[in-house]
Design a protein around this ligand. Structure first.
Ligand SMILES: *Cc1c(COP(=O)(O)O)cnc(C)c1O
Length: 390
């Protein structure tokens, strides 16, 4: 039985009638830009996340860009973000004319190292963008403390982490910094049928600024105090998202069940380690450090597959082995951003980001989507066991 990395059709088939009703509601409303669907979704998501304000926007990328623009960030400024993340985190910084300053991942984790963020702060640092990678929150207590001491705003890239929590905070991912940026790209945990995103903040002034910049910096109509963009979310996508949001807790519960299953079954295999702390430097498969009860929402379930030091051979061999058996997997992400051609001028290409470079050689994400069947999960575990000779 094939096990794709995700199956977007499956989820939509289950709620087919509700999605069609949402489509008809928008079709016959005559309101195709902004309006009540957007406002309803914004209200529902603001309370779900625990932020005062939420703005529907055109994508997760545009949410980050709009946050940076609302903070007035531009040429001459520096913004610190992880090097091990999706491109958009840093791409948006460069688009404002500011310089992305990359920080390493924390040892034994996927997320950014707060100590490395602190080392890279200068007088030009105008924001910090931690990313909650794979649905697990970055070390926000440490990052917020560092940022507060220097009075630097924090933009949480929560594109992969809607509803993720940690015990220290009452709000969820995206409610803790000055801004939270979310994506509704179809493979995110809450995905629309196209592109979409959300920007959250609990600061009234920042919310007002972002609201104006979302529509060309226009207020009132045809008067422009600032240069903004068209960063609007479509009401049709908002209507679809509201259908899925009503089932979101169930989707998360299923992802957590899948993660618990993998942690238990894979954890019993020889050569598999529960933590990078006790894994050898070579020939080890390491399970994610996130644990089910801690509040991650498992956008990805990501293994670290270690072979011979400094190579990706064993990870790539496992990926090919799974692929031959019809099991999907993906490498998020094969190249840290400091090594990307377009960021060569940022001047960090020769720096030694030890943890991020190791992650890029070792990571492999396996299917975790809510609709996975028991049979499919056991097939994934069986294939990995076979690869390990168990
Ligand atoms: C998906 C993603 C984005 C961008 O979201 P889009 O909606 O695709 O523009 C930004 N950052 C991270 C970490 C992401 O995973």
């Amino acid at each position: 039985m094939p096990v794709p990395l995700f199956d977007l059709k499956d989820q939509n088939r289950e709620i087919d009638a509700e999605l069609k009703a949402a489509f008809e509601r928008v079709l016959y409303s005559g309101q195709y830009i902004m309006g009540p669907e957007i406002e309803a979704l914004e209200g529902e998501l603001a309370s779900f996340i625990g932020a005062r304000f939420a703005l529907g926007v055109s994508s997760g990328t545009d949410a980050i860009l709009l946050a940076l623009m609302s903070l007035g960030i531009g040429p001459g400024d520096e913004v610190i973000c992880p090097t091990f993340t999706f491109f958009a985190t840093a791409g948006c910084v460069a688009r404002t004319g500011a310089r992305p300053v990359f920080a390493d991942s924390a040892p034994h984790a996927f997320n950014v190292d707060p100590a490395d963020i602190e080392r890279r702060i200068t007088a030009r640092t105008k924001a910090i963008i931690p990313v909650h990678l794979f649905g697990e929150m970055a070390d926000m207590a440490a990052i917020l403390e560092i940022a507060a001491r220097r009075n630097i705003p924090v933009i949480e890239d929560a594109a992969q982490a809607l509803g993720a929590t940690v015990p220290e905070f009452s709000g969820s991912a995206g409610a803790l910094g000055q801004f939270g940026a979310f994506s509704f790209f179809p493979t995110k945990n809450l995905g629309c049928l196209g592109d979409g995103g959300l920007l959250t903040t609990s600061d009234e002034q920042l919310a007002a600024r972002a609201r104006i910049l979302r529509v060309h910096g226009m207020e009132p109509k045809y008067f422009h105090s600032h240069v903004g963009g068209n960063f609007r979310l479509d009401p049709l996508q908002a209507a679809f998202l509201r259908v899925k949001l009503s089932r979101y807790d169930e989707y998360t519960r299923k992802r957590r069940e899948n993660a618990a299953y993998y942690l238990e079954k894979l954890g019993q295999l020889p050569g598999v380690y529960l933590s990078a702390n006790d894994a050898p430097g070579e020939d080890a498969v390491i399970l994610p450090a996130a644990r089910v009860e801690k509040g991650p929402i498992w956008n990805q379930f990501t293994l670290r597959v270690r072979g011979k030091a400094g190579t990706a051979d064993r990870r790539d061999a496992l990926r090919a082995f799974l692929s031959e058996r019809g099991i999907g997997s993906e490498i998020y992400y094969p190249m840290p951003l400091h090594t990307q051609e377009c960021f060569a001028s940022a001047g960090q290409v020769n720096e030694d980001f030890r943890n991020a470079n190791a992650l890029a050689r070792e990571v492999l994400s396996i299917p975790i989507y809510p609709e996975l069947s028991g049979e499919q999960k056991s097939e994934v575990v069986g294939a990995i066991a076979e690869f390990l000779g168990a």
